[in-house]
Design a protein around this ligand. Structure first.
Ligand SMILES: Nc1ncnc2c1ncn2[C@@H]1O[C@H](COP(=O)(O)OP(=O)(O)OP(=O)(O)O)[C@@H](O)[C@H]1O
Length: 216
């Protein structure tokens, strides 16, 4: 891993900004997905009685430095907002038996919003769908109140746990202040779902809304 990033991770753990959890505490791994950083595993965390998701940053010689930066960006933002009920909980970092860093996240037992809707759409009442939409909006409001723009919000980046939506995947997210200085209004993520705040720049006139929740 690029030295500066590795040092940042070691330092934040050492200074106690991020909890380090011994990898031996986790048992029964099952692969549940593959994302931009690498594989995501489901584990049992015996000490806490929790089921968790470990998102692995698989570092090899070919890894793009941008991926490591996105991973660190996600950690920095998550630790600030992860206690909101509509944001995925973040418990800390661990280093697996291959020496790769993993984020330890709350495991969402109903999968992504897209999967949840595909499996349950006909069973869900309009009140259930509106409730999901409202809770996503509350999570987003909390991010915005903390000056964070998600920039990659779509139905695969919203997880469902106990039928409640949890915003996740902050790799492309930005502090509003950083955006205004550095982004030059470049838009990232899945275009269909770009968050309205990203289009405040008059160059981008797209109008979208939370209707993706029911249309997806
Ligand atoms: N906390 C979690 N609980 C349950 N499943 C999860 C969790 N985090 C990720 N997953 C599963 O793993 C898959 C990959 O997740 P990840 O967040 O790494 O990538 P992604 O959003 O699909 O892609 P990218 O990182 O490129 O945007 C998800 O689509 C989801 O199915």
């Amino acid at each position: 891993m690029a030295n500066v990033q590795e040092e940042w991770l070691e330092k934040t753990i050492f200074e106690g900004y991020i909890d380090y959890i011994d990898y031996n505490k986790f048992t029964d791994p099952i692969v549940i997905g593959i994302g931009g950083f690498g594989k995501v595993f489901k584990y049992e965390w015996g000490d806490s009685g929790l089921t968790v998701a470990l998102k692995c940053l698989k570092v090899d010689t070919s890894i793009d430095e941008k991926i490591i930066k996105d991973f660190i960006n996600e950690l920095k933002l998550l630790r600030r907002v992860c206690y909101h009920p509509n944001v995925i909980s973040f418990y800390g970092l661990t280093k697996d038996s291959n020496g790769y860093y993993n984020m330890v996240l709350q495991y969402a037992d109903n999968g992504t919003l897209r999967e949840y809707l595909m499996a349950n759409f006909t069973k869900l009442q309009w009140t259930d769908k509106l409730c999901i939409a409202k809770e996503i909006a509350l999570g987003l409001l909390f991010l915005h109140d903390n000056n964070i723009i998600h920039r990659n919000l779509h139905s695969k980046n919203i997880l469902i746990h106990n039928r409640k939506p949890k915003i996740t995947d902050f790799g492309l997210s930005n502090q509003i202040i950083e955006m205004s200085i550095t982004s030059n209004s470049i838009i990232h993520g899945m275009l269909t779902y770009i968050e309205p705040k990203c289009f405040m720049d008059p160059k981008y006139k797209l109008i979208i809304s939370l209707t993706f929740i029911v249309l997806d």
